[in-house]
Design a protein around this ligand. Structure first.
Ligand code: ADE
Ligand code: ZN
Length: 326
């Protein structure tokens, strides 16, 4: 990164980052000790050993295990604060993180502890460091529609803390339309919507997220490259894709970074953005994702700049904030 100071210096916006995915091995093990949680891993070495994934599900299994060390409101604050410190270091000036409440409420952690811990850290970062943010609550798509409705119900007292709902977890076998009714209810509550689609699943899932969930953005969406009609649609509407290069290579969506389609999509005129997804698991935060593109795909400064402008436009920031970032 030292050879690319312009990457670090660029003010950046991140639109696809899971709070549970920023749980670094050190923090995971120290929280496990503090909270008396048994993990199948005892050392940082064992954790890195386990972080070899052949597909999305391999990662998700470990990611949900790791999240079990998060117990108290302060744990959620500390986790979020760790990312916001990274934002400072990497010159990320605006972020729209996801969290997965069902991972925690299923273990008996009160919904309020999760969202209040996260929101307090986001507020502190805004006041102390000027980092703006919007929080997105994701439903786990491998769980039932009823479970998602119950989660939305639990969120009702905290709507002030939320901007949007999203959809994540196992894409195969759980297409977007499974959640059209709960997304409709979220919209009636004034929430925006986004969804993971076209990560491991087909371009058809991207169409479904657009047509049945009314999303403002698609998270991942890289399989759009297989569907020329969809590419035309994405170019015409400028519906953004939040692409996560290091994640896609770690989860074998692409065999290596030089085969990643992000710059093809960009050159076709799709509104693509660069994001880190789960940086503690995939080997890099936002700057490292840009860096990987510059190393393997000869990303130019013009292309990097275009994708950052895309991210500002695609964000849920208000017009004043967008202007200030442009
Ligand atoms: N949850 C965290 N990271 C995810 C990803 N890349 N895909 C689906 N669900 C996720
Ligand atoms: Zn994701």
């Amino acid at each position: 990164i030292t050879t690319y100071p312009w990457l670090l210096a660029l003010p950046k916006v991140e639109l696809h980052i899971h709070l549970e995915g920023m749980l670094e091995p050190e923090l995971m093990l120290s929280l496990a000790r503090k909270n008396g949680i048994q993990l199948p891993f005892n050392t940082i070495g064992q954790l890195y050993e386990a972080y070899r994934f052949n597909q999305l599900q391999d990662f998700l299994d470990i990611y949900y295990q790791g999240a079990q060390v998060l117990i108290t409101q302060q744990d959620f604050y500390d986790l979020t604060w760790h990312y916001l410190k990274k934002c400072q270091q990497q010159n990320i000036v605006h972020a729209e993180p996801f969290f997965d409440p069902q991972t925690h409420t299923a273990r008996g952690i009160p919904f309020g502890d999760v969202i209040e811990g996260i929101s307090a850290a986001l507020t502190d970062a805004r006041e102390k460091h000027g980092i703006t943010s919007h929080l997105i609550m994701c439903f786990l798509r491998h769980l039932s529609e009823i479970d998602a409705f119950n989660t939305l119900e639990q969120a009702k007292p905290f709507l002030d803390c939320l901007t949007a709902v999203g959809l994540d977890s196992s894409e195969k076998g759980h297409p977007p339309e499974k959640f059209s009714r709960v997304f409709n209810q979220a919209k009636t509550l004034g929430l925006l919507t986004v969804a993971h689609a076209g990560e491991e699943g087909p371009a058809l899932n991207i169409w479904s997220a657009i047509n049945t969930l009314g999303v403002s953005r698609i998270d991942h969406g890289v399989t759009a490259i297989d569907d020329t009609k969809l590419i035309d649609y994405l170019v015409g509407t400028q519906l953004p894709l939040t692409v996560c290069p290091l994640s896609n290579v770690k989860l074998a969506i692409f065999p290596e970074m030089s085969k990643h389609c992000i710059l093809n999509l960009l050159e076709k005129g799709v509104c693509v953005t660069v994001n880190s997804d789960d940086p503690a698991y995939f080997g890099g935060y936002l700057t490292e994702n840009f860096y990987a593109l510059s190393q393997s795909l000869n990303l130019t400064q013009t292309q990097a700049h275009k994708m950052l402008v895309n991210a500002i436009q695609a964000s849920f920031a208000n017009d004043n904030r967008k202007q200030a970032m442009l």
